[in-house]
Design a binder for this molecule. Structure first.
Ligand code: SF4
Length: 486
């Protein structure tokens, strides 16, 4: 612009690399008083690692000295907190990261030592998770009134292509057979056509394809044999414990992660890893363990419809858990648009159902459903024959309504849900945060290790990292350090 003077500008520049600096002499001076490594150090030092199940807590009397498990545990907690999970990357951090240098007092274990420690102590990480929950409990970070239980799938080290069910194997074998038949037919045609037909190269290619298909067919047969011998309903070739399961309408091969989240601050009170493909039957186990760790006699637990199983609801009550699980609309009546069971009112005094037509349906027999569980059948055939509502009720001669022998437990739960529908919203709000955070930290939600016991160790460390991050946000590092030393 006319009349304006432009001054020469420069970027911010660093120091000359050859300049002698007066840096602090002690490593401790590089780590602030509110640095998380100071908490990790104090927390691990407060643990009884031998009781938790860690090996080599007592140094060997002879031979080359090994690393103290406390140091390697500190490294893992720091690593998972900072999304560094692989042993090779942890080895690198121990050499270059000033926080880790402080935490390990300049120890530099190699990746194999680091990896062996996680494998050898895999069951003990769960106890460390629990100890941190107890610490947060002492800081009053758990409401200990309502927990939300939910499950998600975390991907295993096993692709879908290397997982087979009986049906998938049968389909793959049929496809192989069909392709083999087609190639053999083409080979026959090539053999007959010896004048101006396909070149030798074409025949060679066909033979290669036939050999490859036969090879694949043989491997599929072996997988089928292994599947039958395992007694399981599916087989995974890379990680034998992983299972194909649904998650958010997609099927993938992974593990079923169960968490119980306290609704006060969304801290994880209990975490478990299973290879069961469904959440059915996992509520009492997860919520009951959370209740114990939280140190209360009774706790309410809310879960989605996927947990609705009468035996599990009953087990919750026996385990001091007051369950809130909405009833799924299952059964053929709902699917066909007939009156649902909710529209039939049970009267315990008369042991009869009042149907939408105002008739009483009484006991007519029993029907076993699964091991040790029976359904009682209620009906009133005479009333149905002359009922004006029958077209909306059943396509059969009369309508049956069934009731579990112990269905009172479901009636009590339905009453609780009707009185407190807000717990369903609390469930949604509570479980989304931990699952979202955990999957983000785990690099799109995938385990690094194979086998159930190993991924359990991995998830315990992940859950510790999640809770630690939450606790830092809630009370800060000095308060956490103070709680450890109290
Ligand atoms: S069809 Fe039978 S069960 Fe259904 S409303 Fe009529 S009387 Fe009641």
């Amino acid at each position: 612009m006319p009349g304006m003077i432009f001054l020469a500008m420069a970027h911010i520049s660093g120091d000359d690399r050859s300049q002698v600096l007066l840096l602090p002499e002690a490593v401790d001076d590089y780590v602030g008083s509110d640095n998380v490594v100071r908490f990790i150090d104090a927390f691990v030092d407060s643990l009884d690692l031998a009781t938790a199940g860690f090996t080599r807590v007592q140094p060997k009397a002879t031979g080359r000295p090994g690393y103290d498990p406390a140091d390697l545990l500190k490294l893992y907690i720091y690593g998972y907190l900072n999304r560094v999970r692989s042993s090779r990357r942890l080895e690198a951090e121990a050499r270059r990261n000033i926080e880790v240098i402080w935490l390990l007092r300049r120890l530099t274990p190699d990746f194999k030592t680091i990896a062996d420690f996680r494998r050898d102590n895999r069951a003990a990480f769960r106890q460390v998770f629990r100890e941190f929950v107890v610490l947060c409990r002492d800081l009053d970070l758990f409401g200990r009134e309502l927990i939300a239980v939910d499950g998600t799938r975390i991907k295993a080290v096993n692709s879908r292509e290397r997982n087979f069910t009986k049906a998938k194997l049968a389909k793959a074998m049929a496809e192989s057979d069909e392709r083999l038949a087609r190639y053999l037919k083409q080979l026959d045609a090539a053999d007959k056509d010896d004048d101006g037909g396909p070149s030798d190269g074409h025949v060679d290619r066909l033979q290669e394809k036939i050999a490859a298909i036969k090879d694949r067919r043989g491997r599929l047969e072996e997988h089928g044999k292994a599947l039958t011998e395992s007694g399981q309903d599916q087989i995974s070739l890379t990680d034998p414990d992983a299972r194909a399961m649904h998650s958010s309408s997609r099927i993938g091969v992974g593990y079923n992660i169960q968490i119980a989240v306290d609704t006060k601050h969304k801290l994880i009170a209990e975490q478990q890893v299973h290879n069961k493909v469904s959440d059915l039957g996992l509520l009492a186990e997860t919520a009951g363990a959370a209740r114990e760790t939280l140190g209360v006699d009774k706790i309410a637990a809310v879960a989605d419809r996927g947990y609705f199983k009468i035996e599990d609801i009953e087990a919750c009550e026996a385990a001091g858990v007051v369950p809130y699980v909405p009833k799924p609309q299952r059964g053929s009546a709902a699917a066909k648009g007939f009156f649902t069971k909710d529209q039939f009112r049970y009267d315990a005094q008369t042991d009869a159902y009042a149907c939408p037509g105002g008739q009483a349906l009484r006991r007519r027999g029993r029907r076993p459903v699964r091991d040790g569980v029976q359904l009682i059948v209620y009906a009133n055939a005479a009333a149905c024959r002359t009922c004006a509502l029958k077209a909306r009720c059943t396509a059969a001669a009369s309508r049956d309504v069934t009731r579990y022998e112990n269905e009172a437990v479901l009636d009590r739960m339905a009453e609780r849900l009707a009185a407190h529908p807000e717990v369903l919203d609390q469930r949604r709000e509570s479980v989304e945060h931990p699952f979202g955070s955990v999957k983000q930290w785990m690099g799109q939600g995938a385990f690094l290790m194979r086998r159930l016991e190993n991924v359990r160790a991995e998830f315990s460390l992940t859950a510790i990292a999640y809770n630690l991050r939450r606790a830092i946000t809630l009370v800060g590092i000095p308060a956490l350090i103070g709680a450890v030393r109290a």
